[in-house]
Ligand binder design. Structure first.
Ligand code: AHM
Ligand code: MG
Length: 332
C-alpha cells in the first residue's frame, strides 16, 4: 500500500498482459497532466485561471478559463510521447491528430478535461474523466470514426477528483484502484486497491429540479424512495447532488449509492445530458469493475454502439440492486 503510481504500474505491467509499456506511459502522462490541472485549480482566485474564457464549446456551453487550460494541459502532455494515435475531448469539436513531427502510437485518448466546471467558481470539487481505446489500424484521425467504439472495448479508464485532496481512480479491467496525491512530493500513491461498491444502498443522486420532465419509470422509482419508511420500500433514503459527476461517482465508489441523469423531456432530442464517450463509458467501466452496474434505463451503457463523438445518453449507475430495480421499471 501507499506505493507510488509508477511502481504500481510497473508491477501491473510485469504481472498482466493488458498493461504494455505504452499504456503505462500513457497513464503516467495523464496522471502528470492531472497534477498540473490540480495545481491550476488549487491557486483559486490567487491565480489568473478563474472565470469564463469568453468562448463556447461545440455543445454551446460557456467555456471557463480552466476548461480551456485543462484541455491544453492534457493535449500538450500527451501529443509527443508516441503512445497515441489521436485524442478527443469535450472541449473540441473534432479529434486532435498527433502532429506529424511526432511518432504515432496504438491508443486513443478521450477526455472531459474539467467535469463539473460550473462548480469551479464556488470552490466545489471538479474532476478530469478519461477513457483509453485501441486505435484501429490505418485510422483517419480527422473524421472521428475511430473513436466510435463500444465502452466494453475500453482498455483503461479513470478520473481525477480535485477535492479537499486530489485522487486518481483507475481501472485496466481488473479492479479499481485509488491513488491519493502526496502534495509534498508531488506523487500519486496507492491508497485503496480493488474497491468494491456495496450492492445495496439507501442513498441516491439526481437533480430533483428536473422532476417534472422525467419519464414514468424514473418518476415511479424516485417517488418510492421519497415515500420513505411508509412507502413500498419500507426504508428512508437520503439524497446528495454535487452537480459534478466526478464527485458524485466518487462518493458512490467510496460508500455506495445510485446516480441518475435520466432521459427527460427537455433533453429527449439530444438523447440525455451526459456524454457517452468521455463521461458515461469511463464511469460505467469503473463502476462495473467495482461490482456495480450502469445502464441507460434500457441498455447496459458499455454495450451501446456510439454514433457520434459528442453523443449524449441517459445515465443510471451505482449499487447493483438499485440500478437493476430502476432498469426493470423501464421494462414494465
Ligand atoms: P460538464 O462536463 O459541462 O461540467 O457537465 C456535466 C455535469 C456533470 O458533472 C454533472 O453530473 C451534471 O453536469 C450536472 O448537471 P446539472 O447542472 O443539470 O445538475
Ligand atoms: Mg463533464
Amino acid at each position: 500500500m501507499r506505493i507510488p503510481l509508477s511502481r504500481f504500474l510497473i508491477e501491473q505491467q510485469r504481472e498482466s498482459k493488458t498493461l504494455d509499456p505504452n499504456l503505462r506511459l500513457l497513464i503516467e502522462v495523464v496522471a502528470r497532466a492531472c497534477k498540473a490541472i490540480a495545481i491550476a485549480i488549487g491557486k483559486g482566485n490567487l491565480g489568473d485561471a478563474m472565470g469564463t474564457a469568453g468562448t463556447d464549446n461545440v455543445q454551446g456551453e460557456v467555456q471557463k478559463k480552466l476548461d480551456v487550460i485543462s484541455n491544453e494541459i492534457l493535449l500538450d502532455a500527451n501529443e509527443w510521447g508516441g503512445h497515441l494515435a489521436a485524442m478527443a475531448s469535450e472541449e473540441m469539436d473534432l479529434p486532435f491528430c498527433i502532429p506529424n513531427r511526432y511518432p504515432k502510437g496504438e491508443y486513443l485518448l478521450v477526455f472531459d478535461p474539467l467535469d463539473g466546471s460550473s462548480n469551479i467558481d464556488v470552490n466545489i470539487s471538479v474532476g478530469t474523466i478519461f477513457s483509453v481505446l485501441r486505435a484501429p489500424e490505418g485510422i483517419d484521425c480527422a473524421n472521428g470514426d475511430a473513436f466510435l467504439q463500444k465502452g466494453c472495448t475500453q482498455v483503461a479508464a479513470g478520473y481525477a477528483v480535485y477535492g479537499p485532496n486530489t485522487q486518481l481512480v483507475l481501472t485496466f479491467g481488473h479492479g479499481v484502484h485509488v491513488f491519493t496525491l502526496d502534495r509534498e512530493i508531488g506523487t500519486f500513491r496507492l491508497t485503496q486497491e480493488n474497491l468494491q461498491i456495496p450492492e445495496d444502498t439507501r442513498e441516491f443522486a439526481i437533480n430533483m429540479s428536473n422532476q417534472r420532465h422525467w419519464e414514468e419509470p424514473v418518476q415511479r422509482y424516485v417517488a418510492e424512495l421519497l415515500a420513505g419508511k411508509e412507502g413500498p420500500r419500507g426504508e428512508d433514503f437520503n439524497m446528495r447532488w454535487v452537480a459534478s459527476m466526478v464527485a458524485d461517482v466518487h462518493r458512490i465508489l467510496s460508500r455506495g449509492g445510485l446516480f441518475m441523469y435520466p432521459l427527460d423531456a427537455k433533453m429527449a432530442k439530444q438523447g440525455g445530458k451526459l456524454r457517452l464517450l468521455y463521461e458515461a463509458n469511463p464511469m460505467a467501466f469503473l463502476i462495473e469493475q467495482a461490482g456495480g452496474a450502469a445502464t441507460t434505463g434500457r441498455e447496459r451503457i458499455l454495450d451501446l454502439q456510439p454514433t457520434s463523438l459528442h453523443q449524449r445518453v441517459p445515465v443510471i449507475l451505482g449499487s447493483k440492486n438499485e440500478v437493476e430495480r430502476v432498469t426493470s421499471y423501464h421494462k414494465d
